[in-house]
Design a protein around this ligand. Structure first.
Ligand code: KG4
Ligand code: ZN
Length: 347
């Protein structure tokens, strides 16, 4: 089945055309995807001077970029044979979400193609299903093995959560951040270090030049017997450390902060995987692009004998291919999200 996915929840406009097949039940027939086209127009340069995403600017840019990407995709004639349209309905910035929803509604009406809403977080969760050459991505051979129960860590600019995933249609949130998301902490610490937005990749680059043992930052909630996180205190301790030790090498601060954040993410995910007897650990979201985090979680999965599943780098950041996947999965399980923007949509 050919699917068009549309993503406008934050600062990336995305359109993707996928071929989807298979059902919800491995090993008899898990879902399979082939990417036909995948375009992302990033607004990073527009928001960079403001140090973060400005909702109304995001809306303006989505309105400008959607028709451009649609033409690039091949226009209406490309939609011949498309059986399903899917668009992100939340969570995200509501003015931004509406641009995609309205665009999708118009297309659906004009071309008489069914439209389903997609949950952005389910997009991240299932992004490991997108085809990839990497050994840690999902491939059809895994259909023969159990991947469930799985523990999924979703780490993005707006969310940090742990899910206990029983199947392709059943999961439960078992932990989340009580304050800032991990990506948000990376962005805020980057700002303190006078790095540009988005801060995650900048911190990663700077940290690679530093010594992660030079400064030890706290590992909030590490010893608490739950799967929740807190990153606001860690961010504040970086702020105070910088104020009191202005001479410290910035790369050491970046490395110390990155290590502290990764340590808690990995430790909580490991405990969740051990305590639930998980067959796999699934990592996704923008922060999953961090090589140190990927490596640390992969090593941990190896130690406890679980599979490690992570999408290719290009699918960690927001994109419409993962939205087409989420839309297909929602369609398979007959989940009907309301076609209105819901900034706080849960998973
Ligand atoms: O998933 P995403 O594209 O958007 C949301 O849904 O929020 O995630 C963006 C977040 C930003 O906070 C960005 O700083 C962070 O992901 N990020 C990273 C890296 N690349 C992006 N954080 C740490 N290391 C990275 N390499
Ligand atoms: Zn995202």
């Amino acid at each position: 089945m050919k699917i068009l996915g549309i993503e406008t929840s934050c600062d990336e406009t995305g359109l993707a055309l996928l071929e989807a097949s298979g059902g919800l039940n491995p090993p008899t027939g898990g879902p399979k995807f082939k990417i036909l086209k995948n375009f992302v127009a990033s607004q990073i340069k527009i928001h960079r001077p403001f140090g973060g995403v400005v909702p109304n600017l995001a809306k303006r840019e989505h309105l400008k970029n959607l028709p451009i990407l649609f033409r690039k995709l091949g226009g209406e004639k490309t939609l011949k044979g498309v059986k399903l349209l899917t668009v992100t309905v939340g969570p995200g910035l509501e003015p931004a979400l509406w641009t995609g929803i309205n665009f999708a509604k118009e297309l659906a009406k004009k071309l008489k193609i069914p439209l389903v809403g997609a949950n952005h977080l389910e997009g991240h969760l299932f992004s490991f299903l997108l085809p990839s050459r990497s050994s840690t991505a999902y491939d059809s051979r895994l259909l023969k093995k159990n991947i469930f129960p799985a523990i999924a860590l979703i780490v993005s600019g707006g969310h940090t959560l742990i899910l206990n995933v029983e199947s392709f249609s059943k999961w439960k949130k078992i932990g989340e951040t009580r304050d800032d998301a991990a990506g948000e902490a990376f962005d805020k610490v980057a700002r303190m270090l006078k790095l540009t937005y988005p801060g995650g990749p900048e911190i990663e680059k700077l940290a690679a030049l530093g010594n992660s043992f030079a400064v030890t930052f706290p590992r909030p909630m590490l010893d608490q017997k739950n799967y929740d996180f807190s990153f606001s205190g860690l961010k504040t301790s970086v702020l105070y450390y910088l104020r009191d030790n202005p001479q410290t090498i910035k790369a050491d601060i970046a490395a110390g902060f990155e290590q502290a954040a990764i340590d808690v993410l990995v430790a909580k995910t490991r405990r969740a995987a051990e305590e639930t007897g998980a067959e796999s650990i699934i990592l996704s979201g923008g922060v999953a692009a961090n090589k140190h985090l990927r490596k640390a979680l992969k090593r941990t999965a190896g130690i406890i004998g679980t599979q490690f599943l992570v999408p290719d780098f290009k699918y960690n950041l927001d994109n419409a291919a993962m939205i087409a996947v989420a839309g297909y999965m929602a369609y398979l399980r007959k989940k009907k999200y309301r076609l209105t923007a819901n900034g706080n949509l849960n998973i």
